[in-house]
Design a protein around this ligand. Structure first.
Ligand code: CMP
Length: 130
């Protein structure tokens, strides 16, 4: 698992020790083409980092974005405590790393490199919602 984390820029700046700790917490999840990861309006419990594959982000049934290898999604509900602002659906087969809310929030609080990557995207994505 550590080798997988090292190959993903989202985690790559972390020390070996941090990667070790995260590798105990991260789960791998697989989705088939067309499979919904979660729906707009759901309560958010996890965030996802795509290891391989493509998803589409749908808001009110129109496509907001497509995300591929090494992108992350599902972070906004965990930061804002609001419901999921979009549906995410696999386009291809997708392998994703999954982090639970408490572990993600812990990373945001303790790892400035991850906090700045996430906040940059959250601001950009939030601007595209309005
Ligand atoms: P969340 O609100 O938890 O669930 C829906 C997710 O879609 C959201 O987090 C983001 O990760 C993602 N998302 C929302 N808007 C965009 C966008 N404009 N571009 C890419 N991803 C987005």
């Amino acid at each position: 698992m550590i080798e997988i984390l090292k190959a993903i820029p989202f985690f790559a700046q972390l020390s070996e020790e941090d990667l070790n700790a995260i590798s105990q917490k991260v789960l791998m999840q697989y989705f088939g083409p067309g499979q919904v990861v979660f729906e707009q309006g759901d309560y958010g419990e996890e965030m996802y980092v795509i290891k391989r594959g493509k998803v589409e982000v749908l808001r009110d049934y129109s496509i907001l974005a497509e995300l591929t290898d090494h992108s992350f999604f599902g972070e906004m509900a965990l930061v804002s405590e609001e419901p999921r602002n979009a549906t995410v659906r696999a386009v291809t087969e997708v392998e994703a790393l999954v982090l639970k809310k408490a572990d993600f929030r812990d990373l945001l609080e303790t790892k400035p490199s991850i906090a700045s990557t996430v906040s940059y995207e959250v601001v950009k994505r939030a601007n595209q919602l309005s």
